[in-house]
Design a protein around this ligand. Structure first.
Ligand SMILES: [Zn+2]
Length: 322
């Protein structure tokens, strides 16, 4: 292994992953823990520091070999200060100076950002964004986020929360409500969070399904995986949901195209497992809306960093100022 490695830390609501990443973006080694849930922020930082040291030792390295540490978090933060504003599913992080606390244990520079920005920069450095200077990454999953790379750097806005595309409103006339409280956000109509509500309505409207609906059916069990099963079984209700979601996400792609005129839009996240039936409809909708207003082709690509994109993306944050 090269003497100089990056460390990526992905602090999520259900898992805490730490990875050592080579300069070329290849994952050298990683660990994932779940027992951070319920702990205090200081304890989670201590667990992270210990995890980094044990991973380094296991690979015959020390903290002297670290070029930088990047942290992606499932929350909002004040980027310049490295202070958390919110953190999904983990308590006590409001106002917590995460970057400063981690930096106290390391000489290598520590960068902290939200996980969508981390994944965006990972795609920019090591994945489908290679070769572009301007790129929008969207993660389509339980929720929807994005990362905006402009002229080779992440654009974060005033506070650090720029790119919350999941809360842009694409359907104001719906009564489907987002966890933020607004109606018609992209998350409310086209994310994992929306699946139980959307599938209930589809079933009530009489669209047939062998997987969803019927006497006593628990709609909270409708997940991305169930929809994938439905796609494979050519289930009309599931396919109808995929088409609706793709329609809204195509609109979101069109909106970012008009705002940023990026060279590329990269789509990642769990819902992308739905495959080409989903991806092709998104791109078709986007291209039909853009029409003759697209003077140079915008590449729409699937994310390619893969299942370790959380830690690899986090590690890539250490390269932003390099
Ligand atoms: Zn919202």
């Amino acid at each position: 292994m090269s003497k100089e490695v990056l460390c990526g830390v992905d602090i999520g609501g259900t898992k805490l992953s730490i990875g050592l990443v080579h300069a070329d973006g290849k994952l050298a080694d990683s660990i994932t823990m779940h027992d951070h849930v319920g702990k205090e922020p200081d304890q989670i930082v201590a667990q992270t520091v210990e995890g980094i040291h044990s991973l380094l030792a296991k690979n015959s390295l020390s903290a002297d070999n670290l070029r930088g540490i990047g942290v992606g978090t499932a929350g909002h933060l004040r980027y310049r200060d490295g202070i958390l504003i919110t953190m999904s599913n983990l308590r006590g992080f409001e106002g917590y100076p995460l970057r400063e606390r981690l930096q106290q244990s390391f000489d290598a520079p520590v960068a902290v950002d939200n996980d969508a920005n981390a994944q965006a920069f990972g795609e920019f450095k090591y994945g489908s964004g290679i070769g572009f200077e301007n790129m929008i990454f969207m993660t389509l999953s339980t929720q929807i986020g994005s990362g905006i790379v402009l002229d080779g750097r992440l654009f974060r806005g005033m506070t650090g929360t720029a790119g919350e595309i999941g809360h842009t409103i694409v359907e104001p006339s719906t009564d489907l409500t987002c966890p933020c409280g607004n109606r018609g956000c992209l998350i409310a109509v086209a994310s994992g969070v929306a699946l139980p509500h959307v599938s209930r309505r589809k079933a009530a409207s009489g669209i047939p399904s062998k997987l969803v609906g019927g006497e006593g059916f628990d709609y909270s069990t409708v997940t991305g995986e169930l929809i994938l099963k439905g796609i494979r079984a050519a289930d009309p209700l599931c396919i109808s949901i995929v088409e609706d979601f793709a329609d809204y996400i195509g609109i979101a792609c069109y909106n970012v195209f008009q705002i940023f005129n990026p060279q590329a839009i990269v789509l990642g996240g769990g819902l992308m497992s739905w495959g080409d039936i989903f991806f092709d409809k998104i791109t078709a909708r986007f291209r039909s809306l853009a029409g003759s207003m697209m003077y140079e082709d915008v590449a729409v690509r699937k994310a390619s960093v893969g299942r370790h994109s959380g830690v690899i993306g986090a590690a890539s944050l250490a390269l932003e100022d390099a």
